[in-house]
Design a binder for this molecule. Structure first.
Ligand SMILES: Nc1ncnc2c1ncn2[C@@H]1O[C@H](COP(=O)(O)OS(=O)(=O)O)[C@@H](OP(=O)(O)O)[C@H]1O
Length: 440
């Protein structure tokens, strides 16, 4: 580390981008050769990449990291071999899986930074806006700067010294941890915290529970933040999801016929493609628009209801789930995971891997969507406030928050089919969360 620092501070750095728009490859190569010769003669180090992240690091965060990045890039011109050797050594060191810091180290690294007391991770359409609505009423609670969803942990991770800042599973490298904490800290109202340092903070982003990389990122950056999840009957959730898409006139709907059933079928095919649901399982959504023999179709479904189960011991299950999730990047259109978002057991398996039983008991809270609705004009949010480490208070009633406008009623057979799909996943969820989740 020290050697690198010294070497870095003695050197001049020329920031140079080889990516002007539409520069053809032969031209780019000759430009690089010319600049390399110039650097060789004048003994300067060159950054041959887009300068933005480096400027950011030089200006605000950590000059050593910026320098490390520069030297790695410089190596492409063959000018900094000894420095590169050191860099490789460092990268090897960082590539070890980050085991989160002990209490003392954690206290040091987080000192003076805002670390949210809790993060609401989902589920989408579960009533997460209602939870925010209740929390925001508390005078000792402050949410992140974004009025709706922060999207910090599902971000596209900027490239780091070894071309990525996180491990393939999402764990942020130790090397970048402090920087990320700092960035997260900036997602909160710093003035308000200065005025009242005792404020408890939270943020909500409903996609967190669904993105398999988020638990790893969260554990490596804010391992002590609590995690609040609101779960809703997955069948009702899927309808709410569809209504939201209709409200937004979601582009995905163009890839299917637009009906609820064709949307479900698109995602159902995706789940089959990636092996979450057996290939021979046919739920018949695709026949919904056609005049088919309903009795024959129902008997197919009845049979499946008897036999359909999941092998939870399958060691490839999580990998399949990651692939199913990652299809978004491959621009496959499976109707925004309208079924997949309700497969809570699949999603939570990853969180179970990352957080130990003791950590889950201490940090995680699961709320039922229906319990978020006031009964006879009152609602008890004492558990939520206890989790936020603030005094209990009566929240102002607001029956419905963030309601979807599109009007439709789910067909009975569609509901039956969805129940059939969700059955083994719900059974697993019950096993994970306990008996009170039996009818979730
Ligand atoms: N108090 C309360 N408790 C539980 N659920 C409630 C509550 N208020 C609203 N809602 C319903 O929640 C649905 C919106 O969920 P989210 O706010 O999580 O949506 S989002 O993920 O932020 O888009 C949305 O569901 P649908 O109306 O069925 O689409 C809201 O009506």
């Amino acid at each position: 580390m020290m050697e690198k620092k010294n070497a870095g501070h003695d050197s001049k750095i020329l920031i140079f981008s080889i990516r002007p728009p539409k520069l053809c490859r032969p031209t780019a190569v000759s430009v690089v050769v010319m600049v390399s010769m110039f650097a060789f003669i004048s003994n300067q180090h060159i950054l041959t990449t887009s300068p933005r992240p480096i400027i950011f690091q030089l200006a605000s965060m950590n000059k050593d990291k910026a320098y490390a990045n520069v030297t790695t890039r410089t190596s492409t011109t063959g000018l900094a071999a000894p420095l590169l050797d050191k860099r490789v050594e460092e990268e090897e060191k960082y590539e070890k899986k980050w085991e989160h810091a002990d209490d003392e180290e954690y206290a040091t690294i987080t000192k003076g930074k805002i670390i949210p007391t809790a993060i609401v991770i989902g589920t989408q359409k579960g009533g997460t806006t209602a939870v925010s609505h209740y929390l925001n009423q508390h005078p000792s609670v402050m949410r992140g700067l974004h009025p709706m969803e922060e999207h910090f942990f599902d971000f596209k991770v900027p490239k780091g010294p070894n071309n990525h800042a996180s491990m393939p599973n999402g764990t942020v490298e130790e090397y970048y941890r402090e920087e990320y904490l700092y960035r997260y800290h900036n997602r909160f109202n710093l003035t308000k915290i200065k005025e009242n340092p005792n404020l408890k903070t939270y943020e909500k982003t409903p996609i967190y529970i669904f993105n398999p990389k988020v638990p790893y990122r969260m554990k490596s950056i804010v391992p002590k933040s609590k995690i609040i999840t609101v779960l809703r009957d997955p069948v009702e959730r899927s309808l709410s999801h569809y209504k939201m898409m209709r409200d937004r006139n979601d582009a995905t709907l163009k890839f299917v016929e637009g009906s609820f059933e064709s949307c479900l079928d698109a995602d159902f095919q995706g789940l089959k493609k990636y092996g979450i649901i057996p290939k021979d399982f046919d739920c018949g959504f695709q026949y919904e628009e056609q005049a088919v023999n309903q009795t024959a179709l129902d008997s197919v479904i009845d049979d499946k209801q008897k036999v359909w189960d999941i092998d939870w011991t399958d060691s490839c299950m999580d990998e399949k789930w990651l692939k199913y999730f990652s299809r978004r990047r491959r621009k496959e259109k499976y109707c925004d995971s309208i079924i997949g978002r309700g497969l809570y057991a699949m999603q939570l398996r990853v969180w179970w891997k990352v957080y130990s039983k003791a950590e889950r008991d201490e940090l995680m809270m699961f709320l039922k969507s229906e319990d978020m609705r006031p009964v006879n004009g009152t609602i008890d949010m004492s558990n939520l406030f206890e989790m936020m480490e603030v005094e209990n208070m009566e929240v102002k009633e607001k029956k419905v928050v963030h309601k979807t406008n599109f009007k439709m009623i789910m067909k009975d057979q569609t509901r039956d089919r969805l129940r059939c799909i969700y059955r083994p996943f719900n059974a697993e969820l019950e096993r994970m969360l306990g008996d009170e989740w039996k009818d979730a």
